[in-house]
Design a protein around this ligand. Structure first.
Ligand SMILES: NC(=O)C1=CN([C@@H]2O[C@H](COP(=O)(O)OP(=O)(O)OC[C@H]3O[C@@H](n4cnc5c(N)ncnc54)[C@H](O)[C@@H]3O)[C@@H](O)[C@H]2O)C=CC1
Ligand SMILES: Nc1nc(=O)c2c([nH]1)NC[C@@H]1CN(c3ccc(C(=O)N[C@@H](CCC(=O)O)C(=O)O)cc3)C=[N+]21
Length: 313
């Protein structure tokens, strides 16, 4: 008989709860009830599920939500209208829409002041350059991409970030593998973790890249290099493994994990077999609830920015 597993399973709902309490406090301090608009222009079941779910979370937490279902061909005009609509505090376009680079065009079309997901070029630029504020006076914090930030909040909650160290170096000494290098989650996440001092292996279907801030983290922001390394070279060295492979049949090779590793899955598919609990010290099976809490936090931040500047829209 197998020994009882000593792995602690941490559910996203627990972590989301403490973030939502902060959101509630900031919401009370606002002069108006923030409104989020969702654009659904596809029949992708994951997108509809996510849309329903954002709506439910908004309503439950005291925000207004409106789902605008439009044809693909009408989406451009609908986004332009929302950009100049003062009643709209934030918006989200559920992807994929066209499933081509036209989706990136639509993503950048959304006004930066309404971008709750933090995917506008300016925000992404600031993130990669390790610039934390929008203005020189450092009064307005830049918005970080939602899912990568959700994963960072999870790492803080479970103690992977070492709070004895100064901000910006709290992952110094940690080795982290991220299996996914998409532009919305995996690559920004690898950069953020490296910006905080970690040594990060970014795994995608073709190769492995290594993200660091240089030896002894002497640089001010991350750099990355291609490597010839294989999964079996990097996983045994990793303190943390984060997966986001969108394939049902994919299972992470848990036998390569070092004892006591922290494992986090953000894919909607279960990338880890239940046997992960025999190796991991902490396992987080899904992160979606934390992502939504961050989305609401960003919506508050955008609303605060707008209340601070009533003259502009
Ligand atoms: N929980 C959340 O808040 C969110 C969850 N998701 C979920 O995360 C998953 C990934 O989404 P995206 O990043 O948008 O997908 P994507 O399709 O853009 O990227 C997938 C990435 O996985 C890599 N990959 C695929 N097969 C692999 C393999 N066998 N080995 C190593 N790498 C492999 C690809 O090279 C690519 O880098 C989906 O299931 C999506 O639903 C996405 C956004 C937010
Ligand atoms: N602009 C845009 N942003 C998105 O972030 C976005 C999108 N479009 N289109 C659709 C996909 C899909 N997506 C998921 C979010 C969470 C889970 C997730 O973690 N789900 C949990 C359940 C939730 C939980 O209990 O934590 C699970 O499947 O176990 C999955 C999928 C975001 N998407």
């Amino acid at each position: 008989m197998a020994a009882p597993s000593s792995c602690k399973v941490v559910l996203a709902g627990t972590i989301a709860k403490s973030l939502l309490e902060e959101v509630q406090a900031s919401l009370k301090a606002l002069q108006h009830k923030p409104k989020l608009v969702g654009f659904l222009a596809n029949s992708d079941p994951a997108a509809r599920m996510y849309a329903d779910w954002t709506g439910k979370s908004c309503t439950e937490n005291g925000f207004d939500f409106e789902l605008r279902e439009v044809d693909k061909e009408e989406l451009e005009e609908a986004v332009i209208a929302a950009n100049s609509d003062k009643a709209v505090d934030g918006a989200i376009i559920y992807f994929p829409v066209f499933g081509t680079r036209q989706d990136q065009y639509l993503q950048q079309l959304l006004d930066i002041s309404k971008d709750v997901e933090g995917l506008s070029h300016k925000y992404i630029f600031n993130m990669y350059q390790n610039v934390r504020f929008l203005d020189d006076a450092k009064t307005q914090k830049s918005i970080l991409p939602c899912t990568p930030l959700a994963i960072i909040k999870i790492l803080e909650y479970i103690g992977v970030y070492n709070s004895i160290l100064p901000y910006g170096n709290r992952l110094f000494g940690r080795t982290i593998t991220v299996v996914n290098r998409s532009e919305i989650v995996g690559r920004p996440l690898a950069a953020l973790l490296a910006n905080d001092g970690a040594s990060v292996y970014s795994v995608d279907i073709d190769n492995i890249q290594h993200y660091t801030r240089g030896e002894g983290i002497r640089m001010s922001r991350h750099h990355s290099v291609d490597t010839d390394l294989k999964v079996e070279d990097v996983v045994p060295k990793s303190d943390v493994v984060i997966t986001g492979v969108p394939t049902k049949s994919y299972k992470f090779p848990v036998e390569l994990l070092k004892d006591g590793a922290v494992c986090i899955n953000f894919s909607s598919e279960k990338n880890f077999d239940p046997s992960v609990k025999e190796k991991a010290s902490i396992y987080v099976p899904a992160v979606g609830k934390v992502t939504i809490a961050i989305l609401l936090r960003n919506l508050i931040r955008l609303s605060q920015n707008r209340e601070g500047k009533p003259a502009s829209n």
